[in-house]
Design a protein around this ligand. Structure first.
Ligand code: NAD
Length: 279
């Protein structure tokens, strides 16, 4: 069902790689809600991903950009405004990549060149985007900029490696830049902290399938999928949430507020006891 929540709104969507991407679902939902936007990703992702299909479905122009490169961001913002016919109302930052996680380098054996890349791509790119957009006055008053995060920014998830530090930095940028952008031009900046979701980035994390099962069992509503994340994100681009800014908003079926469930408690206890009995 569509509510026309984003009628007359213009935006940019970063991070759609293939139909499993959270950004892919958000683009389809934003289109259904009446938005016009450009799509962007790195040149490599454009070569190996499937963005052309999405662009056709959304009638959207693709503009390549590396989100760590200021010149690319400037070009993306300018070309998007030229193409869409004015300043922007929303931007989705759905970008994450850790060479350490990809190469299975754990948190106590980090390669620091890789760590710099992780932080640059997954966190500082948001600051670069916000700072460039502010300087270019590219976003309308009341506009909404949204990044995607994960609860490892706030709690320890050992397998998430250096992405935990990147997400903690990302959420800090959301709060700190959110202040400045709000004061300057009433622009809102938020992060949605999403359930584990089977995407290219998600499944790169060690023990991802087990993460998914554990979160599914712990959350009273179960895991939030990418499509429900898209529903939530369009409300955050809309005027209905015009006073929400500088927040990390959990979209996780209740996971972040849980401690334990009786079922998991029994399962862990019984498994450990049976192991002890065998030993
Ligand atoms: N999948 C999950 O379990 C999960 C959970 C919470 C949050 N998130 C976050 O959601 C966001 C989207 O990830 P996803 O899970 O849909 O995976 P995905 O792999 O589909 O998307 C990640 C995107 O980042 C892009 N990217 C990487 N380097 C880039 C760069 N230098 N410039 C521009 N784009 C670049 C990739 O090309 C890709 O499109 C990420 O921020 C991720 O951390 C994912």
């Amino acid at each position: 069902m569509s509510y026309n929540l984003l009628a007359n709104k213009k935006g940019i969507i970063f991070g759609a790689l293939d139909p499993a991407s959270i950004a892919w679902k958000i683009a389809l939902k934003a289109k259904a809600e009446g938005a016009d936007f450009t799509l962007t990703n790195t040149a490599v992702a454009l070569r190996f991903g499937q963005l052309d299909d999405l662009a056709e479905q959304c009638n959207a122009k693709i503009i390549p950009a590396d989100a760590t490169d200021i010149a690319d961001i400037e070009k993306l913002l300018q070309e998007s405004m030229d193409h869409l016919g004015g300043k922007l109302d929303f931007i989705l930052h759905a970008i994450g990549m850790s060479p350490n996680v990809r190469k299975k380098k754990g948190y106590t054996d980090l390669n620091y060149n890789f760590l710099n890349k992780t932080i640059d791509i997954s966190a500082l790119s948001l600051h670069k985007l916000l700072q460039t957009a502010l300087k270019m006055d590219a976003v309308n008053q009341g506009g909404s900029i949204l990044a995607l995060s994960y609860i490892a920014a706030q709690r320890t998830f050992p397998d998430y490696g250096d992405m935990a530090d990147a997400k903690a930095t990302l959420e800090s940028i959301v709060r700190n830049f959110g202040y400045h952008y709000g004061k300057h031009n009433q622009v809102r900046v938020n992060a949605v902290s999403q359930s584990p979701t089977p995407t290219t980035a998600g499944t790169g994390v060690n023990r991802f399938d087990k993460f998914l099962t554990f979160a599914q069992e712990l959350s009273p509503l179960g895991n939030a999928n990418a499509e429900s994340c898209a529903d939530y994100c369009v409300t955050l681009f809309s005027d209905l949430t015009r006073m929400v800014t500088m927040q990390t908003l959990y979209h996780d079926g209740g996971y972040s507020a849980m401690g334990m469930t009786p079922e998991l408690l029994d399962l862990i206890h019984d498994t450990l006891q049976s192991q002890q009995n065998k030993g």
